[in-house]
Write a protein that binds this ligand. Structure first.
Ligand SMILES: O=C(O)CCC(=O)C(=O)O
Length: 308
């Protein structure tokens, strides 16, 4: 009988790590599709605490450590205020209430299985779609999140995105193009009728088959930063809220995106950062300053230039 060496028999995984938190079946699904949904992963009380904190912040009833507050441009000319106007808060990793979501242990266990033990939270968002949007208002066109990031490798970055209430086709669920994480980063811009700042998308991909991720409160999807995804408008009478964080292996290296297809977003992010008091910090520094270590050893995100 011919014996087959172990290394021939063992499967080659490219997008996940050997660990105990993902079953082989879950690993295979993420490897093949670039995303995986875990039902009822995040505790309802944590999500309620985050949601109430967000609403109190919108209504100016509490302080929160949030660097970027985005208002829906389609609603700016109306009388909408507070929770009815603010469609996204970003960069809240140093807010101790919202960080409870970011560092939630069952989630971190899964992150370890995808990007390894040294984890830095690098981008955080709470996305609020106000009720009764028009077709284009709260839509997020098909895009790849790597477009926003000046660090690599892409396989060492992953997003978590958690429904804070039932999210379906009517109120603007996430849709994904399964397997698209195996492709390249594409050129992004503003598709027709998309006016919200930095809501970039890739043009001409309407023919691609998408899968709608309908989710209940607490359900969480993890996805690769090259996965094409977007979300529809909220056509219902209620709000639609989701909370999300991108995580990177702390040892990811930073790249210079000048002169590349990412130049356009670098410029926009630096303009926003300057208004937030970052002065003339460079693109890499902006990302380092707003990131926060979650577990393991510190790495390149924690190394700031000495002149800062
Ligand atoms: O929650 C959503 O609508 C999706 C947001 C999204 O994909 C993003 O902000 O990158």
């Amino acid at each position: 009988m011919v014996s087959i060496p172990n290394r021939v028999m063992s499967k080659q995984y490219q997008y996940t790590k050997d660990s105990v938190s993902l079953t082989n079946e879950q690993r295979d699904f993420y490897e093949e599709n670039g995303y995986i949904v875990f039902r009822n992963l995040v505790d309802s009380d944590i999500l309620d605490e985050c949601k109430n904190h967000f609403i109190d912040f919108c209504n100016k009833k509490t302080e929160a450590v949030v660097l970027t507050v985005m208002k829906d441009v389609h609603l700016k000319s109306t009388n909408a205020k507070g929770e009815l106007l603010i469609n996204k808060i970003q960069d809240f990793l140093y807010d101790e209430v919202l960080f409870k979501y970011v560092s939630y242990k069952p989630m971190v266990d899964i992150l370890r299985s995808i990007i390894g033990p040294n984890i830095t939270g690098c981008h955080s968002m709470l996305i609020n779609k106000p009720p009764d949007s028009t077709k284009d208002a709260s839509r997020h066109p098909l895009h790849q999140d790597l477009h926003y990031f000046p660090f690599r490798p892409a396989n060492s970055i992953v997003a978590s995105w958690t429904a804070m209430e039932t999210i379906n086709e009517q109120n603007g669920c996430l849709f994904v193009v399964p397997g698209s994480h195996k492709g390249e980063l594409m050129k992004h811009g503003y598709p027709p009728n998309v006016k919200n700042k930095a809501y970039h998308g890739v043009f001409g991909l309407d023919h691609l088959p998408t899968v709608n991720l309908t989710m209940e409160k607490g359900d969480t999807v993890f996805f690769h930063p090259i996965l094409l995804h977007g979300s529809g408008p909220n056509l219902t009478k209620g709000f639609r809220k989701a909370i999300s964080c991108h995580y990177a292996d702390s040892n990811c290296h930073f790249i210079d995106v000048s002169g590349t297809i990412q130049e356009i977003i670098k410029k926009e992010i630096l303009e926003i950062a300057e208004r937030r008091g970052f002065g003339n910090a460079d693109f890499q520094t902006v990302w380092k300053v707003k990131s926060r270590m979650v577990c393991g050893e510190p790495g390149n995100f924690q190394k700031l230039d000495s002149h800062l």
